[in-house]
Design a protein around this ligand. Structure first.
Ligand SMILES: Nc1ncnc2c1ncn2[C@@H]1O[C@H](COP(=O)(O)OP(=O)(O)OP(=O)(O)O)[C@@H](O)[C@H]1O
Ligand SMILES: *[C@@H]1O[C@H](CO)[C@@H](O)[C@H](O)[C@H]1NC(C)=O
Ligand SMILES: *[C@@H]1O[C@H](CO)[C@@H](O)[C@H](O)[C@H]1NC(C)=O
Ligand SMILES: *[C@@H]1O[C@H](CO)[C@@H](O)[C@H](O)[C@H]1NC(C)=O
Ligand SMILES: [Mg+2]
Length: 350
């Protein structure tokens, strides 16, 4: 039998390192590590996966699926999807958490036949606009008035505060992540304004809670648009503009051109109401972004840097408002410059 040193320090050197030197070395090493990790800390880790391209029209891929699968048919929806519990409801759809092949999915059912046109428009838009900005369509059945989409357990943006307040998400409840969400939101608006179908206006947005309920928070803390039921088209060359619904709108969340212009003494009449364009979406950006930025450390600093661009979004004249791309460019500049400032300050402290 071989003799082994019993003190655990196999072949340990006889020179002992003085504890103070060891401590100093450890501290220096930690500083170095911190310094190296700064970039990682300040650049959100969530966008690590580039994600392969989107599936061809008529098919989908989600989660760990390696290949694209055709949209589920009526038959498959009826036999392979198990409805579990209701997770949401709006004017048009009732949404159920459901199960398909051991995956969680969202099954939307038309609430009433009087909303069928909106339902079909939404389905058509979902089919045509599949991209990283839009919830993944898994299947549909027009005969049964059902649509199957990817399920997002964090729900809609309406519950963003509650979600970020949970202790397991505290680490993403930062101004960086929140500004990133605002950038996602403006990217979606930009996508709709330059969609493959043309310039689309997000009409289902007459107040802040309603607007928030149309977007879902993914597990990776990005945003996708979910509800595309009211998405009319602007065509400047044919002089086609839009009206969001047939009823009078009120309040200052909607753009001024969406309000009845002829005073209280003249009763509202839909055919006399002037139409408008996609700049109504731009008017709403500051309110949505401000909600997304919330009230964490740094939120107000970001708000301060976005003051000018948000002021421009609130121009009374639609044509004077920036485009979604302009807004997005400004957000990106602000994110980068604040990130650099914070990083260099932190580095100086070390
Ligand atoms: N894929 C999903 N994953 C998780 N929750 C979802 C999903 N789809 C919808 N929901 C929930 O259901 C709610 C209602 O969905 P949706 O906005 O599509 O219904 P709607 O009837 O079209 O609404 P509206 O009244 O705006 O027309 C959403 O706000 C969200 O909370
Ligand atoms: C989140 O990102 C991971 C990779 O980081 C990816 O596999 C997954 O599909 C993404 N989930 C969603 C809901 O986008
Ligand atoms: C966040 O959580 C705290 C307690 O943990 C609670 O007092 C507060 O009301 C919560 N806020 C929201 C917006 O849910
Ligand atoms: C806008 O109208 C013109 C003229 O009719 C047409 O050629 C063009 O395709 C339309 N654009 C969209 C996006 O529908
Ligand atoms: Mg909705």
């Amino acid at each position: 039998m071989e003799k082994k040193p019993q003190d655990g320090r196999k072949g340990a050197p006889h020179r002992e390192v003085p504890p103070v030197v060891g401590l100093l070395l450890a501290m220096a090493l930690m500083n170095l590590l911190l310094y190296l990790c700064l970039d990682w800390l300040f650049i959100s880790p969530r966008r690590a996966a580039p994600g392969p391209g989107h599936c061809p029209y008529g098919s989908f891929r989600m989660g760990q699926m390696k290949t694209c699968s055709p949209w589920l048919s009526c038959q498959e929806l009826r036999t392979e999807v198990r409805q579990l519990k209701r997770v949401g409801e709006g004017a048009v759809k009732r949404v159920f958490l459901s199960e398909w092949k051991e995956r969680k999915v969202a099954l939307s059912r038309l609430t009433g036949l009087e909303m069928k046109d909106d339902f079909l428009h939404g389905l058509q838009m979902l089919k045509s606009l599949q991209s990283k900005h839009v919830v993944t369509l898994l299947g549909f059945c027009e005969d049964d008035n059902t649509i199957l989409t990817e399920y997002h357990p964090l729900g809609s943006l309406s519950s963003l505060e509650e979600t970020l307040n949970l202790s397991r998400y505290q680490h993403v409840n930062t101004w960086q992540q929140r500004l990133q969400l605002a950038m996602d939101y403006v990217s979606i608006i930009n996508y709709l304004h330059h969609s493959p179908l043309g310039t689309l206006v997000m009409c289902d947005s007459n107040d802040l809670p309603k607007t928030l309920s149309q977007y879902l928070l993914t597990s990776n803390f990005s945003i996708v648009v979910n509800d595309l039921d009211a998405l009319p088209l602007v065509n400047r060359s044919t002089g086609t503009f839009v009206k969001c619904g047939h009823r009078e709108l009120h309040g200052d969340f909607v753009a001024p051109e969406q309000l009845w212009p002829y005073g209280e003494d003249t009763p509202f009449q839909d055919h006399l109401m002037p139409s408008y364009d996609e700049k109504t979406d731009i008017w709403k950006i500051p309110d949505v972004s401000s909600f997304l930025l919330g009230q964490v450390e740094g939120s107000d600093m970001v708000r301060f840097h976005l003051f000018d661009i948000h002021k421009a979004c609130k121009s009374q004249a639609p044509a004077e408002r920036p485009t979604a791309q302009d807004v997005l460019d400004t957000y990106r500049k602000v994110l980068n410059s604040l990130r650099d400032t914070v990083m260099s300050q932190t580095r100086e402290m070390l």
